[in-house]
Design a protein around this ligand. Sequence first.
Ligand code: ADP
Ligand code: TRP
Length: 332
Amino acid sequence: MNLRSLTGIKPTGMPHIGNWLGAIKPALELTKTYDALYFIADYHALTITPAPEAMKNDTYSVAATWLALGLDPEKAVFYKQSDIPQVFELCWLLNCFTPKGFLNRAHGYKDKLAKNKELKKDPDEGINMGFYSYPVLMAADILLFSADVVPVGHDQKQHLEFARDFATRVNNFYQVDLFKLPEPRITENSQTVVGLDGRKMSKSYDNTIPLFCTEKQLKKITNRIITNSQDVEEAKDPDKSSVFLLHKIFLDDAQAEDVKKIYTAGGMGWGKAKSMLFETLNEQLKNPREEYNRLVADTVYLDEVLKKGAEKARAIAGPFLEKARKIIGVAS
Ligand code: ADP
Ligand code: TRP
């Protein structure tokens, strides 16, 4: 049996370049050598309580993105988290082994608390229990399928540490080898991708470059990247420029060196830098964009793909959960 690679993406808006570099691209690479289980984390998205239409459309959008970028649903198990009831039963089991104080230390929760404090609001305002126990659900996603590696961006590192911790607690308590300890797969170039404003690119900061939009929109968005106010003649420091940092992602080493020289030589305005970035991006996204547009309109096909994937996933999840139920003493 091959080793397993597993990852999930939330349907909370159009996937962006950060998602592609941090999660999708490395995950696709792993399908060559691992058995892949890739899913749409819709019940994680529910923690921000989106409108039903948004939930539905964003789910199709994430599904079409994976397929347009090359995921083969015949080879990988590709499914929606909410179609796998065993995830939620396992989540409860893990909840009962999760010290509350542990979740108090979760980055997402702490960020929210800090923001509330800054705004002089009640510390727990806007924080539901789903959000609070988000890392437990994520651990259930991973441990249910005995994943060996989990390709994710740098920001998910703590969640993987939690999953390993929960797994160890349960294994130790029952003196069993039920859960496999998952390894995060954070490749060098999946370090955080910067957004239009220089912060981490994230849907929650509204600073993303979406993977698929019209050429015209892409041009407009790349023009919005914040730069300093240096004049055209001045030499620019490529490593301090979001425009270059984004451009570099799509270039090989030799190409990146060439572009660097243009920056450091002076005589290049930011408009020119942005248009070079746009050209590179557009060239690479042109074909998948067409495929995405075709797929996202074919919701019957997408439903069918996800349904078949869920059947395959449940065939793995069912027997595993049964084993867990016996170990904890609720089934014989
Ligand atoms: P967002 O922050 O936009 O809501 P998600 O939390 O849905 O993105 O992230 C989905 C996957 O993409 C995760 O594995 C995450 O680590 C990765 N990812 C998201 N943003 C970035 C980024 N700016 N750089 C690298 N990886 C990212
Ligand atoms: N928390 C991840 C994110 O925000 C999404 C996710 C949910 C996930 N379950 C997962 C990622 C399991 C990897 C494995 O990006």
